[in-house]
Write a protein that binds this ligand. Structure first.
Ligand SMILES: Cc1cc2nc3c(=O)[nH]c(=O)nc-3n(C[C@H](O)[C@H](O)[C@H](O)COP(=O)(O)OP(=O)(O)OC[C@H]3O[C@@H](n4cnc5c(N)ncnc54)[C@H](O)[C@@H]3O)c2cc1C
Length: 391
């Protein structure tokens, strides 16, 4: 006899675990099936930057809601998230000044604590930075970064405490339908039954959708991060920086390290097989990221390379997720394609996906913006002003 649940969730990343937690809080009997271990996908390898600098109202509201959860994680979820408040800076040049101001105004309207800093004020905040070429910066004093493995495991533990069954090492191999309705999934551990199934398989989202015969535009794309050990003369921590001029982001990491990645729409072209790609970092990436870092932050010139790795973004055509019932009326849903900026939204996405699965009328975060049909309709998600892939 197959185990029977109200909802089966495929994938134990931040989205799957946060959704399971929210559903269990609303009294649902939930199973999460994960092919590997908790956080094995993008989540466990996320840079986990928590910023609220978004260019549309919904994502800005979701980022703010989620920040409040990270700030009060023990009370609201339980366990640790490793949230570290360092502040966040978005740096732009003259061309993007107006856009930066418009975005900051939007963010302030939804209650985000953020302000525009002049290059002089920026220099005072982060003396090691080179402010040449900068016209303005947005500053969020409340932002920072978290520990993605701690966070996802805390969500998983909290969900389990509420009765959720999490099966690791359990790949889903098929989605079963009776007529138009989903009735469960097949897995390496046999069949599981449920009238609702959520595909939160991140970079594997398209693969899992295909099990139900649906094509979704989500590509698994290889992205890299590098680590540099800061000279001991530098402070133990520095703000998170999104440098839209040099197309890099960087944040401090324990052990006097600075983690660097790219903010580069070109990353959408490095499509790979999510089960077979080079996990090691490329020497060229380290050279390139290192020189962009030092250009912006010259006092790191004497830092040492300590390595890096490659992981996966689940990228959609507009760099926004697909959160929808994949086949209308079927009970087969998706919440995937977070395109390199989903971790920080995880707490709010859990609420959004849980409400979608429960069919509530009055959404806290309406998933309509993220419907699959927007691509065919020619209405991709567009921010107020997107200097790059700000989301
Ligand atoms: C290098 C890097 C840096 C990033 N930096 C940031 C950042 O600074 N801030 C931010 O907000 N976001 C960041 N992101 C993005 C963020 O990490 C992701 O958007 C988020 O983690 C996606 O979570 P998910 O749950 O959708 O997917 P995942 O974490 O990938 O989870 C999907 C899970 O599904 C499982 N799965 C797949 N197929 C099956 C199957 N058939 N059966 C069962 N299980 C299956 C996988 O094993 C996996 O565990 C970064 C991502 C990367 C890779």
């Amino acid at each position: 006899m197959a185990e029977t649940y109200d909802v089966i969730i495929i994938g134990a990343g931040i989205m799957g675990c946060s959704t399971a937690f929210q559903l269990a809080q609303r009294g649902m009997r939930v199973a999460v099936l994960e092919k590997d271990i908790i956080g094995a996908g993008s989540t466990g390898e996320s840079s986990a930057i928590i910023r609220q600098h978004y260019s549309n109202e919904l994502t800005a509201r979701m980022a703010l809601y989620s920040l409040r959860v990270f700030q009060n994680f023990r009370e609201q979820v339980g366990g640790a998230s490793g949230f570290t408040r360092t502040g966040f800076l978005a740096l732009t040049d003259a061309d993007d000044r107006e856009g930066l101001e418009a975005n900051v105004a939007l963010q302030r309207r939804v209650g985000i604590q953020t302000e525009i800093l002049s290059p002089e004020a920026l220099k005072e905040l982060m003396p090691g930075l080179d402010t040449a070429g900068l016209v303005a910066a947005a500053y969020e004093p409340e932002s920072g970064y978290a520990d993605p493995n701690l966070t996802v495991n805390s969500y998983a533990r909290a969900a389990r405490d509420l009765g959720v069954d999490i099966y690791t090492d359990t790949p889903v191999t098929g989605v079963r339908f009776q007529g138009e309705r989903v009735v469960g999934v097949d897995s390496s551990k046999g069949a599981f039954d449920a009238p609702r199934v959520l595909n939160s398989a991140g970079p594997w989202g398209a693969q899992v959708a295909k099990m139900a015969g649906v094509e979704v535009p989500i590509n698994a794309c290889r992205v890299q991060v590098g680590f540099f050990r800061r000279p001991v003369t530098e402070p133990e921590e520095h703000p998170v920086v999104a440098d839209f001029i040099n197309a890099t982001y960087f944040r401090s990491e324990t052990g006097n390290l600075t983690l660097v990645g790219l903010i580069d729409p070109g990353e959408a072209e490095s499509i790979v097989d999510p089960d077979r790609y080079k996990k090691g970092v490329d020497d060229e990436f380290i050279m390139d990221a290192g020189s962009r870092l030092v250009e912006r932050y010259p006092s790191l010139e004497q830092s040492q390379v300590t390595g890096g790795y490659a992981s996966l973004y689940a990228i959609t055509p507009d760099w926004h997720p697909i959160v929808d019932e994949l086949i209308p009326g079927s009970g087969f849903y998706i919440c995937a394609g977070f395109s390199g900026h989903g971790f920080k939204l995880g707490p709010a996405v859990g609420v959004m996906a849980a409400e979608m699965l429960l069919g509530v009328q009055d959404y806290q975060f309406d998933p309509q913006l993220f419907r699959l049909g927007r691509y065919e309709e020619g209405k991709p998600v567009q921010g107020l002003y997107e200097y790059s892939i700000v989301g």
